[in-house]
Write a protein that binds this ligand. Structure first.
Ligand code: SAH
Ligand code: AVI
Length: 348
């Protein structure tokens, strides 16, 4: 397990970079720890989330080693179309994206995970001869190390600078030659609350030089049945992914959640345009969280939000970009119009 930086409540980023491995010369993986230790932020954050009348946990805690593996399984489910559709767009449009993004030397990928689809973009960059550096940035240490090492071994002469950090805290640390593309794929922007998203996009705008581009994957609004099926798969993998966050709290904060005493709930919310993902308590129960010295009571039927997954339409996304000081330059969708990939630059 490595939520090495659960520090989303941490304000400062003064802690030193720990160069924790240097495999061949061209691969480094830096791990950024919050000042009070790996779990300092997580503890405060979970305490706050469990103390509210409507309990809520941050989706960043899903991604321990098992959570990352479960997400990989989700991407292969027949009902989970976003990965398939985004890959289709990348396969069809990688060269166009590369050219529209000024043939970038550096690809910085936030929430890179296994970077399975990213290879399509790296291939295009290599084929036009602009590929110099890949920076996978993810909160999960195991998967970032694995991805960094695999990409370095697959692309001749590439520099790989892995960064294990919370991309909401440590983005400003990234230094690499331009033109650069900062990518956030998979629809991960959908997991941000609206205010959090606005702050994040403003920081992206501040990071971009005139030649740099932001590449964003967004799942699109569509019929309820398709949306809900993607988050209620028949094999139960999404349910296991959702419940796994309780196992993370049990291990990291010495809690005693009974995973079988909670059921997975995922519903389309047409007002907020998001899938609301929750865990519903099956009984009246009191959960002890020893590391926080707290008890969290759950009533039978009580729901705790663990994630939202917002869906977009192009005009709404253009407004969101504009509010953050960004402007969309290019828009690509798959053949069924289920998923969107956009490029944006700093607004002129
Ligand atoms: N980009 C991949 C993976 C998406 S899953 C794809 O398109 O398939 C979301 C990824 O974001 C996970 O790998 C998770 O570990 C990472 N992540 C989630 N919250 C994060 C945060 N706050 N900071 C850094 N990485 C985060
Ligand atoms: C990572 N993120 C874009 C996924 C999504 O679709 O919102 C996470 C996920 N949650 C349940 N299934 C997939």
């Amino acid at each position: 397990m490595c939520i090495r930086n659960g520090g989303y409540a941490v304000e400062t980023i003064e802690n030193p970079i720990e160069p924790s491995s240097t495999t061949p010369d061209q691969v480094t993986v830096d791990v950024h720890l919050p000042p009070g230790g790996p779990l300092s932020g997580m503890a405060a954050d979970v305490r706050a989330g469990l103390s509210r009348p409507f309990k809520e946990l941050s989706p960043r805690y899903f991604y321990d080693e098992r959570g990352s593996q479960l997400f990989e399984q989700i991407t292969e489910l027949p009902e989970y179309y976003p990965t398939r559709c985004e890959r289709e767009i990348l396969v069809e449009q990688a060269m166009a994206i590369c050219s529209a993004a000024n043939n970038p030397a550096t690809l910085i990928e936030l929430g890179s995970g296994s970077a399975a689809k990213t290879r399509v973009l790296l291939d295009a960059m290599q084929s036009v001869g602009c590929l110099d550096t890949y920076v996978p940035v993810d909160i999960s240490e195991e998967i970032t190390r694995d991805t960094a090492e695999k990409v370095a071994s697959e692309y001749d002469g590439i520099n790989v600078r892995g960064l294990v950090c919370d991309f909401e805290l440590d983005l400003e640390r990234i230094e690499a030659g331009g033109p650069r593309v900062i990518a956030l794929l998979g629809g991960t922007i959908g997991n941000f609350a609206p205010q959090q998203r606005a702050g994040f996009l403003r920081r992206i705008a501040n990071l971009l030089d005139a030649d740099d581009r932001f590449l964003l994957g967004t799942d699109l609004v569509k019929d309820r049945a398709t949306l809900e099926a993607a988050y209620n798969d028949s094999a139960g993998v999404t349910a296991a992914f959702n419940r796994n966050v309780l196992a993370v709290l049990n291990r990291e904060l010495q809690a005693d959640f009974d995973l079988d005493a909670f059921e997975h709930v995922a519903r389309w919310d047409p007002e907020n345009l998001w899938i609301d993902i929750r865990l519903r308590s099956l009984t009246d129960q009191i959960v002890n969280v020893r590391a926080l010295d707290m008890q969290a009571p759950f009533a039978a039927g009580e729901e705790m939000r663990t994630e939202i997954s917002t869906k977009y339409a192009r005009p709404g996304l253009e407004s969101i970009y504009a509010e953050a000081g960004l402007e969309m330059t290019d828009w690509f969708t798959d053949s069924e119009g289920l998923f969107g990939l956009s490029l944006a630059r700093v607004a002129r």
